[in-house]
Write a protein of this length. Structure first.
Length: 359
């Protein structure tokens, strides 16, 4: 039954991002030698309503606290718990803290879900998922959701890893592929050893390799996630093929939050002479042009604002607009009722008058 049934019947309330914030770790699973999955639920029973591919923002007790956004890797069709899958990054504060400290029973603060990189893979469209490394996490949520709903309509899932032993969710994906003729799986690895018993593609993704994986690629909607060099390589291949990029969506997992959106200075920004931005708590005032975000203006003034995505998606930098007007181009990191209450996201807000913010 859908999540709304349980919420409307009063059996189990929905997770409310405006009032709920504490998650409890219920399980930790070792996926590969340097990747773990962390399973969470609310303190009291709650239903998580999210779209496969969305993310949540976690506040981790590292130093003076840091915020990181992690894609939900679990199925949206199983709403009582959510999971994130995290690779340990050498020197990474957040990933190392999670790997070393997160245990069943540990409580953590989280906000969300948010993000618009999503599909449930059951609407009849022909799809191609392309991922590399930890970029597999949103694809896994989409795939798990599709199988929980009914089964993918026509889905090719192609994933790249450094070695076969670095492939995340390998056994589960093989099981899913064995259960559905409409779900096809392909792997490509940079390196392999004879002991790996490897039968997939060798090397990084190339045009001939991609055309073997998906001969009908021109007919497919593509979702792509991975590190920036991988995304750039995929885009180059697709441009060579002549693929219509209107049928292409991507997510940069290295940014922790999703989707590439235009945050460059705007040509129609108006008066470039600048406005006065007053930072209420610090008492500082700084000049800010109409093509500069309030986040950048605050940093220019030497004021540190906690932020993660810097693209209007995660909500980490949310603050109160005390006076003045801004042009905010967000991507789901703030709710309309919060905007109505005078909240803004400095990372994607441009001044259109002198302003004061509660920072």
């Amino acid at each position: 039954m859908p999540a709304e049934y349980f919420a409307e019947s009063g059996l189990v309330p929905l997770w409310d991002p405006d009032s709920d914030s504490t998650l409890v770790c219920r399980q930790v699973r070792q996926e590969t030698h340097d990747v773990k999955t962390f399973v969470f639920s609310a303190i009291e029973p709650r239903i998580f309503k999210f779209l496969p591919g969305q993310f949540m923002t976690f506040t981790l007790p590292v130093g003076s606290d840091i915020s990181r956004c992690y894609t939900i890797s679990s199925s949206a069709g199983r709403p009582y718990r959510i999971s994130i899958t995290v690779k340990r990054v050498p020197g990474g504060q957040a990933s190392n803290w999670l790997h070393d400290n997160m245990r069943p029973g540990t409580q953590i603060q989280a906000y969300g879900p948010a993000g618009s990189f999503t599909t449930d893979a059951t609407d009849g469209a022909k799809l191609l998922f392309l991922s590399a490394g930890s970029g597999i996490t949103p694809m896994m949520s989409m795939t798990r959701t599709a199988f929980d709903l009914e089964a993918p309509s026509d889905l090719i899932f192609a994933h790249g890893a450094r070695t076969p032993r670095d492939i995340i969710f390998r056994r589960e994906l093989a099981l899913l592929a064995s259960q559905s003729p409409t779900f096809r799986l392909a792997y490509f690895c940079e390196d392999s050893e004879p002991s790996d018993d490897w039968v997939g593609f060798n090397g990084r993704l190339t045009r001939p390799m991609l055309q073997l994986i998906a001969p009908d690629i021109e007919e497919r909607r593509i979702f792509c996630c991975g590190p920036v060099p991988f995304l750039q390589s995929v885009q180059s291949i697709l441009n060579e093929i002549g693929f219509s990029m209107t049928q292409y969506s991507q997510e940069e997992f290295e940014l922790s939050t999703n989707l590439t959106m235009d945050v460059t200075p705007r040509e129609d920004a108006g008066d470039e002479g600048g406005f006065r931005v007053t930072l209420g708590k610090s008492g500082k005032t700084v000049a800010c042009s109409a093509s500069t975000t309030l986040l950048d203006a605050a940093r220019d003034a030497g004021v540190r604002i906690q932020s993660a995505c810097q693209r209007g998606m995660c909500g980490t930098c949310k603050t109160k607009l005390l006076s003045g007007k801004v042009d905010m181009v967000h991507a789901g990191g703030i709710r309309q009722r919060e905007i109505d209450q005078g909240m803004i996201l400095p990372c994607c807000s441009y001044p259109v008058s002198d302003v004061e913010i509660d920072i």
